[in-house]
Ligand binder design. Structure first.
Ligand SMILES: NC(=O)c1ccc[n+]([C@@H]2O[C@H](COP(=O)([O-])OP(=O)(O)OC[C@H]3O[C@@H](n4cnc5c(N)ncnc54)[C@H](O)[C@@H]3O)[C@@H](O)[C@H]2O)c1
Length: 251
């Protein structure tokens, strides 16, 4: 099935991690015919992903930027549009659990940093790209939240609350812009085999076996499939949805 990505251009944030979702998404979209702009706070890692995309024969540049800094995000989007002539697709991957612990021990600083990275960063990127998408009356935005929103883990409540904000932001934005030809949706991963679970993949596999109905952690490519479908024109009628990809951990 042709998903219609030939000639499209996508900006993927947080795509530097060499075993993360962002790289898997960049490679999958490139494999479907998309040119890619790779963002990450880590310039060297972003360049590694960009080189892997170019090896597939697609145009790709790396633009390092911190998504929590509005001015950097605005400059990144300007640069991306100058390089590709347009941005058809924005995938907001940059995010992380920055700390945890029981609630009374969670500092104000942790709350601020979790919200800044996981929620505000996504908002800044959408805000920077939307005028361009509105002008062209075309756009696909896919945000990444987390199954932790519905698992309600007390040890990562700040992170989960920030990701819950991403899901509500997705819906409110989606309703506001769908008449302008812009789809906004969200993929919510469960326990996944990336940097996130820190440590050896096989050890992680064993650790998450009892927690996931499917009996294993999610592979980055499985998140990339979901993002690719939602970013395609075939998903034009899917608006403001949160798609859990978690091997049944969240139903
Ligand atoms: N892996 C999981 O189990 C899991 C589960 C649910 C949700 N998620 C979410 O998926 C997304 C990606 O997770 P991952 O597992 O690929 O993580 P990862 O750590 O492998 O990759 C995240 C990337 O984001 C980059 N980054 C961090 N702060 C940034 C900033 N301020 N600006 C730009 N880039 C920044 C990092 O350098 C890194 O390359 C995150 O939003 C995470 O919250 C992950």
């Amino acid at each position: 099935m042709d998903l219609g990505f030939q000639g499209k251009a996508a900006l993927v944030t947080g795509a530097g991690s060499q075993i993360g979702f962002g790289k898997a998404i960049s490679l999958m979209l490139a494999g479907e015919g998309c040119d890619i702009v790779v963002n990450d706070i880590n310039a060297a890692d972003a360049e590694k992903t960009a080189a892997a995309v170019r090896a597939l024969g697609r145009q790709c540049i790396a633009i390092p930027a911190d998504v929590t800094k509005k001015a950097e995000v605005q400059a990144m989007v300007k640069k991306a549009i100058a390089a590709c002539g347009k941005i058809d697709i924005l995938v907001n991957v940059a995010g992380a659990i920055l700390g945890g612990g029981p609630f009374p021990e969670q500092s104000e600083d942790l709350w601020d940093r979790e919200i800044a990275l996981n929620l505000k960063g996504t908002m800044f990127c959408c805000q920077a790209v939307l005028p361009h998408m509105l002008e062209r009356r075309y756009g696909k935005i896919v945000n990444i939240s987390s199954g932790s929103v519905r698992m309600a883990h007390p040890m990562v409540s700040t992170y989960s609350i920030a990701k819950a904000g991403v899901e509500l932001f997705t819906k409110q934005l989606a309703k506001g812009v769908i008449k302008n030809g812009i789809n906004v949706n969200c993929v919510s991963p469960g326990w996944s085999l990336t940097n996130f679970v820190k440590g050896d993949k096989e050890e992680a596999r064993q650790r998450f076996l009892p927690e996931t109905p499917i009996g294993r952690g999610t592979e980055p490519e499985e998140i990339a499939y979901a993002v690719t479908i939602l970013a395609s024109d075939r998903a034009a009628d899917i608006v403001g949805q949160v798609l859990d990809v978690s091997g049944g951990s969240v139903m």
